[in-house]
Design a protein. Structure first.
Length: 557
């Protein structure tokens, strides 16, 4: 195969380039080998990423052992947990594109031959995988690992418990001391949020889709195995370079179906839908909402994971992790076992070589006795969302809801109303102008949804928004409404008191207003002024498309 790095270091004309490398300690022997970029999203913004720079050193050792020369670099990562509930969350989804773009630029500029990508917080996982797919160089993805649960009075806590505790405190159901105890306990060390939230969902998907080594998703960030995983990933990337196996060989349509199967089997985050659509776009694979529904309806929900269930990623790890789930699915013919992976072998071959002991456990159910007979990442359509919307039913006990709209044009206004006790049983909280273009950036609403649950209203109200939800959200919460309000979608025309119905049994979401009245409201509507007219957010808003296509940015040519 062509070794791109030779463009940089071979020949007399490249003497200056070699001099630059020698300034960093490389020898002629180092320069004679292929170059593999080792990218990580390490920073001090979030516990998800605080340790990734250290892990990168082990990945570099693996690359060296594999016979290549590693070149470390880093990129940004936004902490969704810290950006949540305020203006900062508008930067989160935008960061997915910046991460992908920045990795692409670094690799193209320096002509690296392969890539190991280590990521922790939510958007850094899909952003890294998108870059790998776009570059189409031999690549291995590595997750930084989950945080351990906090333990308080014998109960396992995650960051979502802290958000829900805020709602309980506002409702007078929890003392300030109780809130502080949860705050002090919930996040004990490094790692990504502990339940089957977005980071752990995308990590699980990375194994199922074939971009990560088997068993790499579930070990905690602080576990000694994590260093071996990144070492092995570095070595595996060097091997892929020898074999000339690229993401385009791995990311087939069938591989995406495997990813959707995993998303539903573990009750994963609705963000998984958005990110898989974006990844498919990079792979030039046509993936639609119809594909998600088709696969969902034949996939049982097996893993009893938070926030809708009872267990955290660390618990799943103890019984065999994602390979345990994959093996259950593969044994029943629910996977495309012949899909190639970064081991150079197929999914089925990988699973045959892994010994997973059968333990007494309640975390992952059998295929014959699942939590739900069908998957939990549900696509809705109807008069309120003609192009589609998403809901995670793993955390929703209701399948039908009809209520009166409470309308808010920004998340902060909705959160204030919840905090003041102004949301009542039977309300459908509508939060609009928070979509990809309108926000911009499609904010997650965990602060608001968790406050609703914490006040005891989780089974009594619903929410719809053109924004997103954290993987930690539970309840009848519908996001990704498309078309979004900012481009004149029906959500823009909802008024206080309008009746809205949600039905996850027939996949519908409807606004009960006559077509004549809607047409009248549309004629009277005018688009709000954009929230940003310069900078990264304004650039993003000018290029981003619908959530129904993954909220991807498309160049104007």
């Amino acid at each position: 195969m062509e070794i791109s790095s030779r463009n940089v270091v071979e020949g007399t004309a490249r003497s200056p380039h070699r001099a630059m490398y020698k300034a960093m300690g490389l020898t002629d022997d180092d320069l004679s080998k292929p170059f593999i970029g080792v990218c990580h999203t390490g920073n001090e913004a979030t516990p998800c990423n605080i340790h990734l720079g250290r892990l990168a050193q082990k990945a570099k050792e693996g690359v060296l052992e594999g016979g290549a020369t590693p070149r470390e670099f880093s990129t940004i990562a936004v902490s969704d947990g810290i950006a949540m509930g305020h203006e900062g969350m508008k930067s989160s989804l935008v960061s997915r594109e910046v991460i992908a773009d920045s990795i692409e630029l670094m690799v193209r500029a320096h002509q690296y031959d392969g890539l190991v990508g280590i990521a922790g917080c939510d958007k850094s996982l899909p952003g890294t995988m998108m870059a790998m797919t776009r570059l189409n160089l031999p690549s291995v993805f590595v997750y930084g690992g989950t945080i351990m649960p906090g333990i308080l009075d014998g109960r396992e806590l995650t960051i979502v418990d802290v958000y829900e505790a805020v709602g309980a405190y506002d409702a007078g159901k929890l003392s300030l001391e109780g809130l502080k105890n949860i705050e002090n306990t919930a996040c004990p060390n490094a790692g990504s949020c502990g339940g089957m939230f977005t980071a752990n969902t995308m990590a699980s998907i990375s194994e199922a889709i074939g971009l990560a080594l088997p068993g790499s998703a579930s070990p905690p960030a602080e576990d000694d195995r994590r260093e071996k995983i990144v070492y092995d990933s570095g070595k595996a990337c060097a091997k892929l370079l020898e074999l000339n196996v690229r993401p385009s060989d791995i990311l087939t349509f069938e591989a995406f179906e495997n990813a959707i199967t995993m998303l539903n089997a573990v009750g994963g985050s609705t963000n998984g839908i958005l990110h898989l659509l974006a990844l498919a776009n990079e792979a030039k694979i046509k993936l639609t909402y119809d594909d998600f529904e088709r696969v969902r309806k034949k996939t049982p929900h097996l893993a009893d994971m938070k926030p809708g269930g009872n267990y955290v990623m660390n618990s799943l790890d103890k019984i065999g992790g994602i390979p345990f789930v994959l093996k259950k699915l593969d044994d029943k013919g629910l996977l495309h076992g012949n899909c190639l992976t970064v081991t150079g072998k197929t999914i089925h071959e990988n699973l045959e070589s892994i010994n997973i002991p059968e333990l007494e456990q309640n975390i992952v159910k059998s295929i014959d006795n699942p939590i739900h007979n069908v998957g939990t990442a549900v696509i809705l359509k109807g008069t309120l969302a003609p192009d589609g919307a998403v809901i995670k039913t793993a955390g929703a006990e209701m399948t039908k809801f009809t209520g009166k709209a409470r309308v808010f044009d920004r998340e902060e206004d909705a959160f204030d109303a919840v905090s003041k006790g102004e949301i009542e049983e039977g309300n459908v909280v509508v939060i609009r102008y928070e979509g990809p273009k309108g926000g911009p950036g499609m904010r997650e609403m965990l602060a608001t949804t968790a406050a609703i649950v914490g006040q005891g209203l989780g089974k009594k109200v619903a929410m719809v928004t053109d924004g997103r939800f954290s993987g930690g959200t539970r309840g009848l919460m519908v996001g990704h409404i498309a078309p979004e309000a900012f481009v004149g979608g029906p959500l823009a025309f909802v008024k206080e008191g309008d009746e809205i119905s949600i039905n996850t049994e027939d996949n519908s979401i409807d606004l009960h207003v006559s077509s004549e009245e809607l047409a009248k409201r549309k004629n009277q509507w005018s688009r709000p002024k954009p929230n940003y007219t310069s900078g990264a957010l304004a650039k993003y808003a000018s290029l981003v498309g619908s959530a129904a296509q993954g909220a991807i940015t498309t160049p104007i040519v």
